[in-house]
Design a protein around this ligand. Structure first.
Ligand code: DX5
Ligand code: ZN
Length: 215
C-alpha cells in the first residue's frame, strides 16, 4: 500500500485546524509541508510558526519539504518546530553529506529532493544514508501543475540504484499526482504519493485519500 502524504500547500490557510482535523480522520499517512523562501523557488509559502501550530494539531508524521537556500541554517529550528522527516534539495546543498548527518543526528529522518532536471545518479554516493528521496515531478514552487512524464523513467532508475546499493530509502513523488496517473507512478516503483490539489480541490478529500491509498 502506498504512503499518502497530502500537501497542505493546497489547504485552506484560513481554516487550517479544520483541514488538519479531517486529515487526522482520513487514511492520510503523512502531512507534507512545503516551505518556500522566494529564492530557491519563485514563491513564498509558510515557515516555522505555521509548522509548530500544525504539529500541535496532529500525531501523524510531519514530512517537511524545504525549498530554501542554505537549509543547514534551519535544521535545528525545524526539529524544534516538530518535523519528523526533513527533506533538503540536492541543488541547494554544497555539503549534502554533512547536512544529512546533521538532520539524522537530531533524530529526524533525512530526505533529499531532486528537481526535474537533476539526474538521479548524482545520489549514488549518498543513497545509503537517506531515508527518503523526493523526486520532483513538477518544477517546485507551486501546487496544481502537470506531472512531467519523464519522471516515470527516473523512478525506475532510482529504484534500481536503491536495490543495487541495498538502501532502505523510500521514493516519494511530488507534483501533479492524480488518481489517473498514480497507478503508473506506483508501478514504476514509488512508495510515497504527495498530493495537493488532487486531495484538497476534490469534492470529498477524505474519499480521495482513501482512493489513493487503495491503489
Ligand atoms: C511543489 C510542492 C508540492 C505541491 C504539490 O513545489 O513541493 O508539494 O504542493 O501540489 P500538487 O499535488 O497540487 O501538484
Ligand atoms: Zn513538496
Amino acid at each position: 500500500m502506498p504512503i499518502i502524504a497530502p500537501s497542505l500547500l493546497s489547504a485552506n490557510f484560513l481554516n487550517l485546524a479544520e483541514d488538519c482535523a479531517f486529515l487526522n480522520e482520513s487514511q492520510a499517512d503523512w502531512f507534507h509541508l512545503d516551505v518556500m523562501d522566494g529564492r530557491f523557488v519563485p514563491n513564498i509559502s509558510f515557515g516555522l510558526p505555521v509548522i509548530s501550530h500544525i504539529r500541535t494539531a496532529t500525531k501523524k508524521v510531519c514530512d517537511v519539504h524545504l525549498m530554501i537556500e542554505e537549509p543547514e541554517k534551519y535544521t535545528v529550528a525545524f526539529k524544534e518546530a516538530g518535523a519528523d522527516i526533513l527533506t533538503v534539495h540536492i541543488e541547494a546543498c554544497n555539503h549534502l553529506h554533512r547536512n544529512i548527518q546533521q538532520i539524522k543526528s537530531l533524530g529526524m529522518k533525512a530526505g533529499v529532493a531532486v528537481n526535474p532536471h537533476t539526474p538521479v545518479h548524482l545520489l549514488q554516493d549518498i543513497i545509503q544514508d537517506l531515508d527518503l528521496v523526493c523526486l520532483m515531478s513538477v518544477n517546485p514552487g507551486f501546487g496544481g501543475q502537470h506531472f512531467i512524464p519523464q519522471t516515470l523513467e527516473k523512478i525506475r532508475s532510482l529504484k534500481k540504484l536503491i536495490v543495487e546499493k541495498n538502501s532502505h530509502c523510500l521514493i516519494e513523488i511530488d507534483g501533479g499526482v492524480t488518481l489517473e496517473n498514480a497507478p503508473s507512478i506506483l508501478a514504476a516503483g514509488a512508495d510515497v504519493l504527495v498530493a495537493g490539489n488532487t486531495v484538497f480541490k476534490s469534492k470529498d478529500p477524505v474519499a480521495t485519500i482513501a482512493a489513493l491509498k487503495a491503489l
